[in-house]
Design a protein around this ligand. Structure first.
Ligand SMILES: Cc1cc2nc3c(=O)[nH]c(=O)nc-3n(C[C@H](O)[C@H](O)[C@H](O)COP(=O)(O)OP(=O)(O)OC[C@H]3O[C@@H](n4cnc5c(N)ncnc54)[C@H](O)[C@@H]3O)c2cc1C
Length: 544
């Protein structure tokens, strides 16, 4: 939405395509806040924000991207505020900022604990105000490639059925994450990595796919997120005996160490038998009822509804869950990909501000700052070029593929393969990774992909055929998961979210300070590397 608004304001003719109603996009679930160095709560600067982000990335975030990001973030926040985002305020009237993990200063701007919900409403209002055409409940399936350019998207119309091709001189992909590859995830059903897979299948490189962030506080058993904002407000993590175990892992930052560090600490405690039902406990009780009700009302409600626990009186059972994909479609700082006419922003993209580990609050900001930048550059290109040419053969091929899928009278149902994907990714490619398990997962994925060739769509109808779209989503998840595992096997070190304590327990800058690049070649993954762009921060040991 931020890209669409910017492109429209630059003078382009813009339409948005979304498989959901735009306000149901998963950004709406974001709770804790959005980072910008406003310096309202303590001294801060874009430079400090950049340093924290580089360090958080375990030194493989591209530092030029990070500097653009932290420099432009404050103005983007003020723009959102002027559009009507009702961020929480301090007594002096300035925007309030709360501490978040691994941040050198309290810089997370928030609207209580419903920040994403507020942003999405405000942006949608701006979309409506501009009369930007929205193709909602349109499922984007394939990119239109012609003349070495991206010239549109082939979609399935969910409401009416049938393929619809939308031409565009430029396309900005903003399709979000892929957390549904895992059984335990904070991500909604729609987070299936479709955009990453579309780009992959169009021959484009995906970058740093091995880095899936596990969030330390997802509720047991549902996997629903309890925001880092709780720890920002002072919540403790305790084991079954009430011990604050983070003092053994991150003596300075404690619960506010970076997410990879906290997730690993929790998993170590759970594996050592010091947890409760495969979880540890998030304790808010000492914050007091008033503060919990004022600052964290959404988290309290989630805990009461989904864990049966009122955090005013009892700690919440939490454990690490798949949360955020640091990798994605490789772009430059204007969102441009290797393919003329194709741009990407948000979680599906990898402009590489997060590297091996994202800091909480940096992702919403990334969607805004790089959404704006990619919208602007996509519009600039579109306004200076005139033609769109969509070969009929492309549409005919897509028709044939749908017919083939729908005409099968038997085969395996998608959900079975999807469940096995989620279960095995969690088991073999989770918080801690072992060589033999990753090799096993590679085999499992090959087998699941083989079975997928025979996937059976039972619903043959046109109207809201989610059976069909779920089958397509499954194919997307399997192929992007293979990229993750291949890149993970090749990275023989521990860095950020990629932790190999049993064979390569330390970071190896000499051999692995590079990006992993995965491309689709001959129905499989081709791996290569790309250099990390360093501007001023040389790698150092990462301690919290
Ligand atoms: C529970 C939760 C809490 C979070 N809290 C925070 C936080 O406090 N701060 C922070 O910085 N980050 C947070 N994050 C991360 C952050 O919210 C996300 O990374 C970010 O919002 C993703 O935004 P996006 O625009 O890239 O994708 P989304 O908001 O997921 O939007 C993707 C859009 O693409 C559309 N789409 C996808 N596939 C297709 C297709 N095939 N065809 C058509 N349309 C398609 C969807 O309909 C949707 O409109 C949180 C994440 C989760 C899961």
């Amino acid at each position: 939405m931020r890209a669409a608004i910017e492109a429209f304001d630059a003078g382009a003719d813009v339409a948005m395509i979304s498989k959901l109603h735009p306000t149901r996009s998963h950004s709406g679930a974001a709770e804790g806040g959005i980072n910008a160095a406003l310096g309202n709560a303590a001294d801060d600067s874009p430079e400090t924000h950049a340093y924290d982000t580089v360090k958080g990335s375990d030194y493989i975030g591209d530092q030029d991207s990070i500097e653009v990001f932290t420099r432009e973030a404050p103005d983007d926040i003020y723009q959102l505020e002027h559009w009507g985002a009702f961020f929480s305020r301090r007594d002096d009237g300035k925007l309030a900022q709360r501490p978040f993990g691994a941040a050198g200063s309290p810089r997370t701007v928030y609207a209580a604990d419903i920040t994403g919900h507020v942003l999405i409403q405000v942006l949608f209002e701006q979309v409506v105000k501009r009369d930007i055409k929205v193709y909602e409940e349109f499922f984007a399936w394939q990119l239109v490639l012609n003349d070495d350019r991206c010239q549109g998207v082939i979609c399935w119309d969910l409401l009416n059925g049938g393929l619809k091709t939308l031409g565009g001189k430029t396309v900005v992909m903003a399709t979000g994450g892929a957390g549904r590859q895992y059984r335990a995830t904070t991500n909604a059903y729609a987070c299936t990595g479709d955009g990453m897979a579309m780009a992959l299948h169009a021959g484009l490189p995906l970058k740093d796919m091995e880095f899936m962030q596990f969030h330390p506080t997802t509720m047991y058993p549902s996997g629903i997120l309890i925001t880092e904002g709780c720890r920002g407000e002072g919540a403790f993590l305790i084991d079954k005996d009430g011990e604050r175990f983070m003092k053994n892992y991150a003596p300075n930052a404690l619960e506010l160490a970076s997410r990879d560090v906290v997730s690993r600490s929790e998993q170590t405690e759970i594996d050592a038998g010091r947890g409760v039902n495969g979880s540890v406990l998030l304790d808010l009780r000492h914050l007091g009822a008033e503060r919990i009700i004022e600052r964290l009302p959404g988290s309290r409600e989630l805990a009461m509804t989904y864990a049966g626990v009122d955090p005013i009186y009892e700690p919440i059972p939490v454990r690490p869950g798949a949360h955020y994909h640091m990798g994605g479609i490789s772009t430059d700082t204007d969102g441009a990909t290797e393919l003329t006419g194709l741009y990407a922003a948000g979680e599906c993209a990898c402009v590489s501000v997060h590297g091996a580990n994202r800091l909480g609050g940096n992702s919403l900001m990334e969607t805004i700052t790089f959404g704006r930048r990619s919208g602007r550059s996509a519009a600039d290109w579109a306004l200076s070029h005139t033609t769109i040419d969509i070969p009929e053969s492309l549409e005919r091929d897509a028709e044939r593929q749908v017919k083939d899928l729908l005409s099968r009278e038997s085969g395996e149902r998608p959900w079975k393969i999807r469940d096995e994907l989620g279960e095995t990714m969690l088991e073999n490619f989770g918080v801690f990774r072992r060589e033999e398990k990753m090799l096993k997962q590679r085999e499992i994925l090959q087998e699941l992909r083989e079975r997928y060739r025979n996937v059976y769509v039972e619903d043959k109808g046109d109207v809201f055929n989610s059976d069909l779209t779920q089958a397509i989503e499954l194919g997307n998840m399997l192929d992007t998961a293979l990229c993750m595992v291949e890149a993970g096997i090749a990275r023989k070190e521990s860095r950020g979210a990629h932790s190999r304590p049993y064979d390569y327990p330390t970071r190896d800058d000499e051999n692995f300070m590079h990006h992993s690049i995965t491309r689709w070649r001959d129905g499989g993954v081709e791996l290569s590397t790309a250099p990390v762009r360093v501007t001023k921060w040389e790698p150092q040991e990462r301690k919290y």
